[in-house]
Write a new protein. Structure first.
Length: 115
């Protein structure tokens, strides 16, 4: 059974940090590019960051560039998103996505940035 399980979300004050993690199982993780998306209430799902299957390329949305860092461990089948200098507009449900021969999604983790 394919699973993508996100963790690490929560409530944080503006300027704070969170580290999201996504644990993958049930497929060959190293064959897939991994992406983090987010969706805020009333808004469309937005691509936040991408990391290639071998971790040699990354891409970020302009809105998070310089603040977020995506990384992966192909031995542990995990992909992380380090989020620094968080802003209220980063509040959203964050989803992990495996993009490759198939397309898999996690159920998401809530991130709330508020004082």
């Amino acid at each position: 059974e394919v699973q993508l399980v996100e963790s690490g979300g929560g409530l944080v004050q503006p300027g704070g940090s969170l580290r999201l993690s996504c644990a993958a199982s049930g497929f060959t993780f190293s064959n897939y590019h991994m992406r983090w998306y987010r969706q805020a209430p009333g808004k469309e799902r937005e691509l936040v960051a991408v990391i290639s299957s071998s971790a040699d390329n990354t891409h970020y949305a302009d809105s998070v560039k310089g603040r977020f860092t995506i990384s992966r461990d192909n031995n542990k089948n995990t992909v992380d998103l380090q989020m620094n200098s968080l802003k209220p507009e980063d509040t959203a449900v964050y989803y992990c996505n495996a993009w490759g021969p198939s397309d898999y999604w996690g159920r998401g983790t809530q991130v709330t940035v508020s004082s």
